[in-house]
Ligand binder design. Structure first.
Ligand code: NAP
Ligand code: ZN
Ligand code: ZN
Length: 351
């Protein structure tokens, strides 16, 4: 692709809500003075991609090219780019722009931009053009919204860190998971397995709460000390009041009150799962024990870089199953069936 003119890139897109993804091409803008052109190597499949392709969050723009767990190599850079050079290994996550002037942008919390952050896909950019995500061969992005992939991380195992990694790293740091803290991760999927790895690396004692014991050996190998099935009512009685911090990554509506009762007095349940339906909550689960229910959305750009450097220092990548692009629809079915260990990653060379 050339640097000077707008062009088209091969991609996999859903033409309409719930439609299977199919190969197509999408526009990519000319590389502006502060832009880098990234040749995409890998794109992770996040459950958020499936929610959005299925229009489960009721805000779908079609055709939709999902993908916000992107790694690749810079192949062109605008004249004013200072942070990256051709040949650099970079990542692009969930957002590609924000206002840069509001209090949240200035605080490095671009994901909470008061003017609305620009999503990597399923969004309109600041020129009003639709954005298209990482299931593609190339993307053009402002250098301020790209991050550096440390040499110690392979580009395929690093891709899921751009969403799953930062979405767990940010709350685990904010709520001080570390030595002496008991942390439970609910749901051992793409987000959950990174939560186990990162919480363990931070020094916390980690428990996995999964629907069954099917993945117990994996959970212990990833760093958990305990692994309990939420299908067993004894889990909720025996672990009542046990945890300093519970992080729910569950993609479906669950009884959060039952999980809040596992939190110790004054502790917190952080929900990062984004189910398509609302949940009902028994408020005595927060009143009793002065517990807090919190949410957390990805992380800022600088924090995403910090997370990547942390993962590199601790040798943490995602556990991935590499697929060809034409397997993406089967991969969606498998994620929905809970049949993923623990992140599908598309090899962009097959697009
Ligand atoms: P995933 O790989 O499908 O993992 C979700 C896990 O939730 C499953 O592995 C399963 O774990 C558990 N689960 C699924 N259905 C369940 C049910 N009915 N009852 C109880 N547990 C259930 O998905 P993901 O990519 O990790 O994403 C998880 C959620 O986080 C999605 O809703 C996604 O949209 C959201 N998300 C939020 C953010 C954010 O910024 N807050 C960022 C990314 C993603 P077990 O098999 O172990 O039970
Ligand atoms: Zn995601
Ligand atoms: Zn802003």
């Amino acid at each position: 692709m050339s640097q000077a003119t707008a062009t088209r890139a091969a991609a996999y897109a859903a033409p309409a809500p719930k439609a299977p993804l199919e190969r197509t091409t999408v526009p990519r803008r000319a590389v502006g003075p502060r832009d880098v052109l990234v040749e995409i190597r890998y794109a992770g499949i996040c459950h958020s991609d499936i929610h959005q392709v299925h229009d489960g969050w009721h805000e779908g723009i079609y055709p939709m090219v999902p993908g916000h767990e992107i790694t690749g190599v810079v192949t062109a850079a605008g004249a004013e780019v200072t942070r990256f050079a051709v040949g650099d290994r970079v990542g692009v996550g969930v957002i590609v722009d924000s206002c840069r002037t509001c209090e949240h942008c200035l605080a490095g919390q671009e994901q909470h931009c008061a003017d609305g952050p620009t999503g990597t896909y399923n969004a309109l950019d600041r020129a009003g053009e639709p954005t298209y995500g990482g299931y593609s061969t190339h993307i053009v992005v402002d250098e301020g919204y790209a991050v550096r992939i440390p040499d110690a991380l392979s580009l395929d195992a690093a891709a899921p860190l751009l969403c799953a990694g930062i979405t767990l790293y940010s709350p685990l740091r904010r709520w001080q998971a570390g030595p002496g803290k008991k942390v439970a991760i609910v749901g051992l999927g793409g987000l959950g397995h990174m939560g186990v790895k990162i919480a363990k690396a931070l020094g916390a004692e980690v428990t996995v709460l999964s629907q069954s014991l099917r993945k117990k050996d994996d959970g212990l190998a990833l760093g958990a000390t305990h692994y309990r099935a939420t299908s067993d009512p004894a889990t909720f009685t025996e672990l009542a009041g046990r945890f300093d911090l519970v992080v729910s990554t569950v993609s479906a509506p669950i009884d959060l009150g039952a999980y809040l009762r596992l939190v110790r007095v004054g502790g917190t349940l952080v929900n990062v799962g984004a189910p398509e339906e609302p949940v009902r909550l028994d408020l005595f689960s927060v009143i009793n024990g002065n517990r807090s229910l919190a949410g957390s959305m990805i992380g800022g750009i600088a924090e995403t870089q910090e997370m990547l450097d942390f993962c590199a220092a601790h040798g943490l990548g995602a556990e991935i199953e590499l697929i060809r692009a034409d397997q993406v629809n089967d991969a969606y079915d498998r994620v929905l069936a809970g049949d993923v260990r623990y992140r599908f990653v598309i090899d962009a060379a097959t697009i």
